[in-house]
Design a protein around this ligand. Structure first.
Ligand code: ATP
Ligand code: MG
Length: 422
């Protein structure tokens, strides 16, 4: 059955059959985030467009090409959030969450929006979960945050994970490096694609993200940031690596790792899954020590990461379990029996049972087959005879055994069956 409409390009429905996997994912990762001391924050799905331009950066692809921005009926420039760090930092300042709090820690989950070319693991509306910690510049915190990301992904069932890590420097050392890198690119401009030449002007480090084999070859001998870090950034990076080693987290330093958001300083990282193809980054994050100040707050260091939920679920696809069916399916025969069935269902639901009522008006045989298909534990049968005798038939769908019970005995009987593990 096809109607006239389809979900917009780059979006996907999460259907009732899929949602148990999503719920299990959220349960697993949220338990980890809470264990690491993060409390949930929910911010609006849209914010002032300028928040993202200021935070993520005017010269980035996310802001220039990928943002869903519009003017609302009141003339305000609004954008759907492409990521959550800017929103959390905005809320941190708005509610003065750093007051009497040496380290503000929050986790989030929700949809993000980017106008990108949709492909496997890349959508226009996609979900992220992530954490933000604001208030400490300690490299040990970087290690703890990275560890938290990895632990949450393991808890979600991912196995073959690799941590790539780099330092992208700070406003003291990065400009010197980008000048050197720009110089390198512009010495032999014919070896680079037009996009990379454009990047060389605006945001030279992004050339390392180019998928063009020619550009990659031309970058083989490019100067790397490692040799250009200032002493503070170099020390911070070694301290992060040392702390990771102490807590037993394997890291692969990658001097070509860059991020698409301008706010990153010092530590930048990406976690890749061996179970995925081209879009193999399941999480990414880093430090953003200048962001709070950029939003007009008192200089406050911060660090966080975001996990791409669709990619994690793609990587764990094989391990999916089917949705659990209702405890009880209520088969009814006739209008009066339907009402009695509704009353019985309401009582059972109030005592904690999941109950589905049949509204098909089909034969009992057919209704029993629906119950079977739904994966029901029991089917309650209510027909004329049951109404007259006041004894409802309840059938164990696994063993086929039946019992006749008056409506008041249903709940205690089902509870005892549940305790026996029926
Ligand atoms: P990529 O290099 O894959 O485009 P990114 O650097 O743009 O990722 P971040 O902004 O750091 O990604 O977001 C963190 C994570 O969110 C990514 O590692 C990925 O798992 C997920 N993600 C980002 N963009 C999308 C998208 N359009 N669709 C699905 N997941 C996404
Ligand atoms: Mg991207």
């Amino acid at each position: 059955m096809m109607g006239e409409f389809k979900a917009p390009k780059g979006t996907k429905d999460i259907l009732p059959d899929d949602s148990p996997r999503w719920d299990r994912f959220f349960n697993a990762v949220e338990t980890v985030y809470k264990n690491y001391g993060y409390g949930r924050i929910d911010t609006p799905i849209f914010e002032a467009e300028s928040l993202f331009a200021r935070g993520i950066g005017d010269g980035t692809d996310i802001v220039n090409k990928e943002m869903y921005a519009f003017t609302d009926k009141g003339g305000r420039k609004i954008a759907l959030r492409p990521e959550e760090t800017a929103g959390v930092v905005r809320a941190f300042l708005e509610h003065d969450l750093g007051r009497n709090n040496p380290l503000f820690k929050a986790y989030y989950k929700g949809p993000m929006f980017r106008y990108e070319r949709p492909q496997g693991g890349r959508q226009r509306q996609f979900w992220q979960v992530g954490v933000e910690a604001l208030g400490s510049a300690d490299p040990a915190l970087d290690a703890e945050v990275i560890d938290c990301a990895l632990e949450s992904l393991s808890a979600a069932g991912l196995e073959d994970l690799k941590l790539h890590i780099n330092s992208v420097g700070c406003p003291i050392c990065r400009p010197g490096y980008t000048t050197v890198l720009r110089g390198y690119i512009l010495t032999e401009p014919d070896r680079f694609c037009p996009t990379c030449l454009e990047r060389a002007e605006k945001n030279p480090m992004r050339v390392f993200d180019c998928k063009n084999p020619g550009c990659a070859a031309a970058l083989q001998a490019a100067p790397l940031i490692t040799a250009h870090l200032c002493a503070a950034c170099a020390d911070h990076f070694s301290a992060v690596l040392a702390a990771l080693q102490v807590i037993g987290v394997a890291a692969e330093p990658d001097p070509r790792l860059v991020r698409g958001l301008d706010y990153y300083t010092k530590t930048a990282f990406e976690i890749k899954s061996g179970a995925l193809g081209a879009q193999d980054a399941v999480a990414a994050g880093g430090r953003y020590d200048g962001l709070v100040e950029q939003f007009g707050g008192v200089s406050t260091p911060g660090i966080g990461f975001a996990v791409g939920v669709e990619r994690v679920l793609l990587a764990t696809e094989a391990a999916g379990r089917p949705a659990a069916g209702p405890d009880v399916y209520v088969a009814t025969l006739g209008a009066e029996a339907r009402q009695a069935g509704l009353a019985a269902a309401k009582g059972l639901r109030r005592t904690g049972f999941a109950v589905a009522v049949d509204f098909s008006d089909k034969s009992l045989k057919k209704q029993l087959s629906y119950a079977d298909k739904a994966g029901a534990g029991f089917t309650l049968i209510v027909g004329d005879e049951e109404l007259q005798t006041g004894a409802y038939v309840i059938k164990n769908m696994r063993t086929g055994e039946q019992a006749a019970l008056d409506p008041e005995s249903l709940e205690p009987w089902l509870t005892s069956q549940k305790q026996e593990g029926a």
